[in-house]
Design a protein around this ligand. Structure first.
Ligand code: HEM
Length: 414
């Protein structure tokens, strides 16, 4: 009798195992294989993961652990160093590319590749981020990036950035309790962007509220886009809604001032320029576009010939630039902090892309480098850092950071 039960349980477990791992596990792969029908070239190697969620959980797990390269390394060990793999991420069938040539090709070939962000990112940052036509994108980009590109444009902000950095360093050094340095640094970059966008006229409490809401919205940029109570994405959508309300009020105020001729003193800030600008048909930008642009600036400030395989139309292509920057072929011991590695280093084309390439090249790169230089200048000369948890693990999703947000004390050196 007992033996019968044992056989019964074993058979059930074996059946369940076969169903889950040999049948259910492959449903996604079969579905896309059948859907795409006959192709001239095969799909890249890889696996499409579980039905509905694809490989999202494996991806998120590796990026939240201390070893974000494990996701791509597993693909390499299973399918070889093809540099291109099919997968299913963020609710989309996708292809990951991770060689300099292929990333460069994808980022510069406007005809075949349009920017496409995960659904969660598009919903949270606004539609103009990815869906503007190439011509519209060029026009908006020309308009919005002029104030932050090049040394001449940035010279106007240097003094203000210095003030913000010096103020913050002094504030941190006077704090008795340790604080999360990373959050503090985000506040610095956030204040710089707000200054460029709105000038120095916004109230401190409004700026602080906007900062909090941005942080809440950003927490779900790469989450599953599930809009149900309890999910991060749901909370982030609510934060975005409040944020849009606040920004729209500021825009209304500005429009009113323009109408009544109640101009403020000093240089126009970016919002004034955006509110005034008209296209060739006399059409002005809508408030919604200006809000989207602010989101883009805020979030963005915070990532060939050898394509033999088919990349089906509509699939997302994920440029895994991290995999190139971590590849020992280009950067031996990439994890090691070794500034001397750059001495006499000849960069292979496409193997160093921290700010992207092509028509989407980061317009904030000069500003970012200026902010980092000013911060390091004042910090290294006058302060030192005492971390509370030196061995704190690092998470890589949605952004790289120590899990304690670098809890630390900043101490003024006499
Ligand atoms: C160290 C800091 C930064 C890094 C590593 C960085 C990196 C990048 C990368 C890789 C892209 C290209 C994305 C793509 O190809 O789709 C990009 C785009 C962009 N970045 Fe940055 N960025 C930084 C700072 C900033 C700052 C401070 C700003 C704003 C003031 C900014 C604004 C933008 C915008 C608006 C885009 C979109 C450009 C377009 O689509 O035409 N970035 N950034």
């Amino acid at each position: 009798m007992e033996l019968d039960w044992l056989c019964y349980i074993s058979a059930t477990l074996l059946g369940a195992y076969l169903f889950v791992f040999k049948c259910l596990r492959n449903v996604n792969g079969w579905y896309y294989h059948v859907k795409l029908g006959k192709k001239k070239h095969p799909l890249p190697p890889g696996d499409m993961g579980w039905p509905l969620v694809g490989n999202f959980f494996a991806f998120a797990k590796s990026f939240r652990s201390g070893d974000p390269d494990s996701f791509i390394n597993k693909l390499v060990s299973r399918y070889g160093r093809t540099g291109i793999y099919k997968t299913h991420l963020f609710g989309n069938p996708s292809v990951i590319v991770c060689t300099p040539d292929m990333c460069r090709r994808v980022m510069t070939d406007e005809e075949h590749f349009r920017p496409g962000y995960p659904k969660s990112t598009v919903k949270l940052t606004g539609t103009s981020a990815g869906s503007a036509s190439p011509a519209e994108h060029k026009r908006l980009r020309r308009l919005t990036t002029a104030p932050i590109m090049g040394h001449k444009a940035l010279a106007v902000y240097t003094e203000r950035i210095e003030d913000i950095v010096i103020d913050k360093l002094d504030e941190w050094a006077s704090m008795k309790q340790p604080f999360e340095l990373l959050k503090g640094l985000k506040e610095v970059t956030f204040r710089v962007i707000i200054h460029i966008f709105f000038g120095s006229h916004s109230q401190y409490s409004v700026v602080t509220k906007i900062g909090e809401l941005f942080t809440e919205t950003a927490s779900a940029l790469f989450s599953l886009p599930i809009d149900l109570p309890g999910f991060t994405f749901h909370k982030a959508l609510k934060a975005r809604k409040k944020l849009v309300g606040i920004i729209e009020c500021i825009l209304e105020e500005r429009k009113m001032m323009m109408k009544t001729g109640d101009q403020r003193e000093g240089k126009k800030d970016l919002v004034d320029v955006l509110l005034e600008v008209e296209d060739e048909n006399g059409e002005k930008l809508e408030d919604k576009d200006i809000v989207d642009l602010l989101f883009q600036f805020q979030f963005a400030g915070h990532e060939s010939t050898s394509l033999g395989y088919t990349i089906p139309k509509g699939w997302k292509v994920v440029n895994l630039i991290r995999a190139i920057h971590m590849d020992p072929q280009y950067y031996p011991n990439a994890q090691e902090f070794n500034p001397s590695r750059w001495d006499d280093y000849k960069v292979k084309t496409g193997s160093f892309l921290p700010f992207g390439i092509g028509c989407r090249l980061c317009p904030g790169s000069d500003l970012a480098k200026l902010e980092i230089t000013i911060f390091l200048h004042y910090f290294l000369r006058n302060y030192k850092l005492e971390r509370i948890n030196e061995k704190c693990p690092i998470t890589f999703l949605p952004m790289v950071k120590p899990t304690d947000d670098c809890l630390a004390r900043v101490i003024k050196v006499p």
